[in-house]
Ligand binder design. Structure first.
Ligand SMILES: *Cc1c(COP(=O)(O)O)cnc(C)c1O
Length: 424
């Protein structure tokens, strides 16, 4: 469907009226397994000689529509769904890494990803090295013979960072490793990392893609441009696989081999499958992604401008503001908007932050982003509570910092709510 515009793909890509019933909306195929036509067909399914449904841990018709849709929106060759964004990251690294291998990640990351990389991945003997998302050369300095990937967020939560993807993709290409981009906060509506040379994109569909705060989900898609054989380092992709009679994934499946391998090996064996019900809800959410993102971004810019002029506000970290140091990056990578998640600082410090979250009425005080509703959190008294004062400041969660995820409500009401809560 590549000839269609983005807004059309958001509604239609991957979906057709149900061939069995004529149902216009993709049904929720709430089934664990699928009847084989005969023993021969079953054998070819298990051998990956033909693609088809076997068991919902591996694939499901509702989820397949979502996988095709994210591939279409990102301009990828194939997609793979997982139970959550973190599960999707796990599947990617399980396919790329082996014990003792390393990857280089931007340190400006969703806090949960920092924990996953620093703590849980260590149990597999996979090692993360940290670089600076605003300085592509800092990635280069951390690359060794053991490096298997570079990782970053396109728009980084919560620092307002817009990563310079183009030089970073070139550094990855030169090093013979894929650039993996977490595109959760931007969504393909604002940034399409493959257009800047990235090789794999991962999403927490829990946020703006689903968009309504009702389902967890993760998505992977691949550009189909990475040569997995060239360096000899990606054995899962290139060597004979004993659990599929010696099949070689890259040789057999070419430009969509990564998603086949991640499904047939990592998803099969680790098992974090997206539920069909969640695929249905996320698909429904994606239909309005372009409308919501336009509104999210317009509202966020208006709120950021209002805050910037407010007497009780010390600073606003939103790349959509002309004087933000990353404004040029915003114009290059996401001219349609700088996203809906940003931080600002209150002159009144910790006490003022606590008072604000206690007095908002429209904003919900909670630890999520990317809902239709406006959301607020004061990191120092919640998500970053356990850290020392110094560590909090280093993580961008000093006592005065408030994080907003601006919703799609009437922007005058959003602003009035912040105003009354700051004055309360
Ligand atoms: C929420 C989030 C994740 C993790 O996704 P889950 O669906 O919560 O597992 C990863 N990256 C970013 C940028 C996120 O916001």
């Amino acid at each position: 469907m590549a000839e269609f515009g983005f807004d059309t793909l958001a509604v239609h890509a991957g979906a057709q009226p149900d061939p069995a019933t004529g149902a216009r909306i993709t049904p929720i195929y709430q089934t664990t397994a699928y009847v084989f036509e005969d023993a021969d067909q079953a054998a070819s399914l298990f051998n990956l000689q033909v693609f088809g449904n076997i068991y919902t841990r591996l694939m499901n018709p509702t989820t397949a529509v979502l996988e095709e849709r994210i591939a279409a929106l990102e301009g990828g060759t194939a997609g793979l769904a997982a139970a959550s964004g973190h599960a999707a990251q796990h599947l990617i690294f399980h396919t790329i890494m082996e014990p003792g291998a390393e990857f280089v990640s931007a340190r400006q990351l969703y806090g949960g990803s920092v924990n996953q990389f620093n703590q849980s991945f260590k149990k597999y003997n996979w090692h993360v090295k940290w670089a600076d998302a605003t300085d592509p050369e800092s990635f280069k300095r951390e690359i060794t013979d053991n490096t298997r990937a570079l990782f970053c967020e396109s728009l980084a939560n919560p620092g307002g960072v817009i990563t310079d993807l183009e030089p970073l993709a070139r550094i990855a290409e030169d090093a013979g490793v894929p650039l993996i981009v977490d595109n959760t906060l931007a969504t393909p509506y604002l940034i399409r990392p493959f257009e800047w040379g990235a090789h794999l994109v991962v999403h927490s569909a829990t946020k703006f893609l689903g968009g309504h705060g009702n389902s967890l989900g993760g998505l992977i898609t691949e550009a189909g441009t990475f040569d997995w054989a060239k360096s000899g380092k990606f054995k899962t992709m290139t060597e004979e696989n004993p659990s599929y009679h010696g099949l070689k994934f890259f040789e057999t499946f070419g430009d969509f081999a990564f998603c086949v391998a991640a499904r047939a090996l990592a998803l099969r064996d680790l098992g974090p499958t997206m539920a069909p019900m969640n695929a249905f809800l996320i698909l429904t959410g994606i239909e309005t992604l372009p409308l919501r993102m336009r509104r999210h971004c317009d509202n966020a810019l208006a709120v950021a401008r209002w805050l910037e002029a407010h007497e009780r506000v010390a600073w606003v970290n939103y790349a959509g503001l002309e004087k933000h140091p990353l404004y040029p990056q915003h114009q290059k990578y996401c001219p349609k908007g700088a996203g809906a998640v940003f931080t600002f600082g209150l002159k009144g410090g910790f006490e003022a932050g606590v008072k604000l979250v206690n007095n908002v009425r429209i904003f919900s005080h909670l630890a999520n982003i990317g809902d239709t509703r406006s959301l607020i959190i004061h990191p120092a008294s919640t998500t970053h509570r356990q850290l020392s004062d110094e560590a909090r400041v280093k993580a961008g969660a000093g006592p005065e910092v408030v994080r907003l995820s601006i919703g799609i409500e009437d922007v005058n009401d959003i602003i009035a709510d912040l105003d009354q809560a700051m004055r309360a």
